[in-house]
Design a protein around this ligand. Sequence first.
Ligand SMILES: *[C@@H]1O[C@H](CO)[C@@H](O)[C@H](O)[C@H]1NC(C)=O
Ligand SMILES: *[C@@H]1O[C@H](CO)[C@@H](O)[C@H](O)[C@H]1NC(C)=O
Ligand SMILES: *[C@@H]1O[C@H](CO)[C@@H](O)[C@H](O)[C@H]1NC(C)=O
Ligand SMILES: *[C@@H]1O[C@H](CO)[C@@H](O)[C@H](O)[C@H]1NC(C)=O
Ligand SMILES: *[C@@H]1O[C@H](CO)[C@@H](O)[C@H](O)[C@H]1NC(C)=O
Ligand SMILES: *[C@@H]1O[C@H](CO)[C@@H](O)[C@H](O)[C@H]1NC(C)=O
Length: 310
Amino acid sequence: MFSKGLTFLPLLATTTTALYKPLPLIQAVGETTNVTILSSGINRTYLICIPPKYDGQTLTPVIFSFHGGSRNASQQQELSQFSNPDFNDFAISIYPQGIGETWQGAGNPDNGAHDVRFTNDMINQLESLYAIDPARIWASGKSDGGGFTNRLACDQALSQRIAAFAPVSGAFYVDDVAIPCDPDTVAISCDPGRPKIPILEFHGYKDHTIDYFGNKSRKGACVPSIPHWAQEWAARDGLSIANATTELPATNDTLIYTFGLGEDTGLVTQVTDLNLGHDWPSLVDVGDAQTADFDATPIIMEFFKKHSLA
Ligand SMILES: *[C@@H]1O[C@H](CO)[C@@H](O)[C@H](O)[C@H]1NC(C)=O
Ligand SMILES: *[C@@H]1O[C@H](CO)[C@@H](O)[C@H](O)[C@H]1NC(C)=O
Ligand SMILES: *[C@@H]1O[C@H](CO)[C@@H](O)[C@H](O)[C@H]1NC(C)=O
Ligand SMILES: *[C@@H]1O[C@H](CO)[C@@H](O)[C@H](O)[C@H]1NC(C)=O
Ligand SMILES: *[C@@H]1O[C@H](CO)[C@@H](O)[C@H](O)[C@H]1NC(C)=O
Ligand SMILES: *[C@@H]1O[C@H](CO)[C@@H](O)[C@H](O)[C@H]1NC(C)=O
C-alpha cells in the first residue's frame, strides 16, 4: 500500500553526498597540487591537498591554512600538518600564497592585496570543482596568517562562509586607532555576520615577535595583548570574559583558558604554552625554532569537527 509517511521518509535523512565530481586531471588523492586562480585581476596561487578519504561524492570539509609573514605556502603545509593523514584524512587542505609573503591587514591595510576577496574566490572555485560541504569550511594560520584568519572571522560575509577559526601565534593588528596604544584596552573593530563565532588560539608566553602582552606600536599598528583579544571575542560571542583555567593533559607548561558555559563551553578557547616562543606547537620539528610538549594540529582538528554552519 502507498504510504505518504514512508514516501517522505528519505527527505528526513541528512544529505551527506553530492553529485559525483571527478578530480581535475592532474590531481590525485593523497597528492598536493599548485593551482592558479585569477582574483581581483591578479593571478594568485594556492596548494591543494586531496585527503585519502576523498571520493568525489561524500561532502568534504575544507581547511584553509595561511602562512606567516616572509613564509610561503609550502612551508605552511609542512608547519601546520593539515595534510598529514595521522591528523587529517578526510578534509581538503588549502595553503594559499600571500602577495609579498604577507596578508591584507598585516600592518599594511592598503597593500593592494584583496585577500578577503581572494578567500571568497577560492571558496567559490572549490565549491564548483569538488564535493565540498559548505557548512564545514574552517580557517587556521600562523602569525600574519593567524591575524588574517581573525580578519576573516571579523568579516560580515566570510564569517558566514567559514564555520570556525584557529589562529596560531596570531598577529592581530589593529590599524584604525592612534598609536602608541594600550594593548590591554585597545578597541578592536570586528564585525562578524553571525553570532557565536568559534575561536581557538594558541600562543607562546615567550613569543617576542608577536608578544603575548601585545605591542604599543608595530608596523604602524597596535597589537592587542592575547588575554584582551580573547576576552573581546568572548564578549562579542555573548560569553562572560572570565575563563576556566585548566592544564593541557600530558604537558606541565601549557594552560587552557576556556570561555563559555553549558553548550557554549569552549566556544572561545585560548591555549598558552608558558615555555614557547613564536612557534606552531609541535612535538617534532616542522620548521619553526622550537618544539613543544604537544601538537596543536590534532586539537585544532577536534575543535573544527565540533563546529559547522547551521
Ligand atoms: C605555484 O605556481 C606559481 C606560478 O607558476 C609559482 O610562482 C609558485 O611559486 C608555485 N607555488 C608553489 C608552492 O610551488
Ligand atoms: C594569468 O595567467 C594566465 C595563464 O598563464 C595568463 O594567460 C594571464 O595573462 C595571466 N593574467 C594576469 C592578469 O597576469
Ligand atoms: C618556500 O620557502 C622555502 C624555504 O625558504 C623554499 O625552499 C621554497 O623554494 C619556497 N617555495 C616557493 C614555492 O617559493
Ligand atoms: C614592538 O614592535 C617593534 C617593531 O617591530 C619592536 O621593535 C618591539 O620590540 C616590539 N615590542 C614588543 C614588546 O614586542
Ligand atoms: C584567564 O583568567 C586568568 C585568571 O583571571 C587570567 O590570569 C588569564 O589572563 C585569563 N586568560 C585569558 C586568555 O583571558
Ligand atoms: C615537565 O617539566 C619538566 C621540568 O621542567 C621537564 O623536564 C619535563 O620534560 C616536562 N614533562 C612534560 C611531559 O612536559
